[in-house]
Ligand binder design. Structure first.
Ligand code: UDP
Length: 400
């Protein structure tokens, strides 16, 4: 049976690569990778890391066009792709235009859809925009919801999705971190960092942080660099011109602030391991950093990944200079506060999410097979939301 995997952006490639690997090891299931081209070179760089050659590539003419043009082109082209290749099941991940369009195109072709990383909610349609809308719109279409945590599953039951369709699998990003973490990589970017320097890794790309956000964060970075002579900032600058232009203008040619090109995923993971502190508005980074015990100051006002904040390994600080400074100084000056935040405990998963998802797709399709390495039943049991009627959903326990 053919399973189409739709991926357009770097995080989708990272989070779906482990699912593809698990599907390849599942008898009677054949993954078909459909690259939408939403992120161009960033996604291609990541496909190379995982050794994936797309089976189909859309010829998307995107390049910064309006979201309506992007989304309508994606629905049309993915619809034609599915009509021609007739997959038995479609998998989408997360909250991008590619994910929403993949789900919609599958629905319109009457093909069942599975949503990887289902149930994340910030509770505000404008933050993050358009991601909160995309992930909410996928939910009524999806036939299977792979929620990374119990809290995510609860959001779905709160919205009336039947518990039969929801499984808590863990987040596949933890599988991906483990896959590349096992590679023995020493990124070139490490060469510039002295042994006694505390490295602060920074990523910034979200729409909410364009303009004012970039200025606020940049001012905080300069102030911290001036105050602490042992700090070095490393910033892999996103390719989006709305972020890249201002960051280069505000932070280019500054001592101990290294602006570098986006790193290949294994290099970025190696940099996270070496970092003393991470400042980031990325969703994936919030999920990955707890695996290495590196505190994250989240440069957003709202997060759909509250589990890390609850676990005490991440803190929401927004993008205002003063708030970033107050929180960063507390961690840089106070070893006890730093130690409290740097526990290596990851509330998002255990590295087996991909195999659980492959197993669940196989069971849904009645593919009559078990994966080569079945997960112990108690693992899956522990991760499932308690089966209970929707009206009792509030009793579903929150937390991973
Ligand atoms: N990442 C990477 N290279 C970089 C910066 C980030 O491989 O230079 C990875 C990071 O580890 C995470 C993902 O890209 O898994 C996050 O992507 P992004 O921040 O673009 O999207 P988001 O997670 O916010 O959706």
């Amino acid at each position: 049976m053919k399973i189409s995997i739709v991926a357009g952006t770097r995080p989708e490639v990272i989070k779906l690569a482990p699912v593809r690997a698990a599907l390849l090891g599942t008898p009677n299931l054949q993954p078909e990778w459909v690259a939408t081209g939403q992120h161009g070179s960033l996604a291609d760089q990541t496909l190379d890391v995982f050794g994936i050659t797309p089976d189909a590539r859309l010829q998307l003419d995107w390049n910064g066009k309006a979201l309506t043009s992007l989304t309508s082109a994606l629905i049309r082209d993915l619809g034609e792709q599915f009509a021609a290749s007739r997959p038995d099941f479609v998998l989408v991940q997360g909250d991008t235009a590619s994910a929403f369009s993949g789900a919609m195109a599958a629905f319109l072709n009457d093909i069942p859809v599975g949503h990887v990383e289902a149930g994340l909610r910030s509770g505000d349609m404008r933050h993050p925009f358009p991601e909160e809308g995309f992930r909410k719109l996928i939910s009524p279409i999806a036939d299977l919801h792979f929620a990374p945590t119990r809290a995510a599953a609860k959001h779905l039951t709160d919205e009336g999705i039947s518990t039969d369709k929801i499984r808590v699998t863990g987040n596949t990003v933890i599988d991906a971190v483990q896959m590349v973490g096992a590679m023995d990589i020493r990124p070139q970017a490490l060469d510039a960092i002295r042994a006694n320097e505390r490295m602060v890794l920074v990523t910034l790309h979200r729409r909410e942080n364009w303009d004012e956000g970039v200025s606020g964060v940049s001012a905080a970075i300069k102030a911290l660099r001036n105050r602490y002579p042992d700090l070095r900032f490393v910033i892999p600058v996103h390719l989006n011109p709305r972020v890249r232009g201002p960051i280069e203008a505000l932070l280019g040619n500054e001592e101990r602030i290294d602006l570098i090109e986006p790193l290949a995923y294994p290099d970025f993971v190696a940099m996270m391991k070496r970092a003393h502190l991470i400042l980031s508005d990325s969703g994936g980074v919030q999920e990955e950093a707890p695996s290495f015990g590196v505190p994250v100051l989240v440069l957003r006002d709202k997060t759909e990944r509250g589990e890390a904040v609850k676990a005490g390994v991440a803190r929401l600080v927004g993008s205002r200079t003063e708030t970033i400074l107050t929180n960063a100084r507390q961690l840089l000056d106070n070893p006890r506060a730093y130690r409290r935040m740097s526990r290596a405990a990851n509330p998002f998963g255990d590295g087996h999410a991909g195999r659980r998802i492959a197993q669940l797709v196989s069971a849904f399709l009645g593919a009559g097979s078990r994966p080569e390495t079945p997960q112990p039943a108690q693992d899956l049991q522990a991760l499932r939301p308690e089966p209970q009627p929707v009206q009792d959903a509030r009793r579903v326990k929150v937390g991973a």
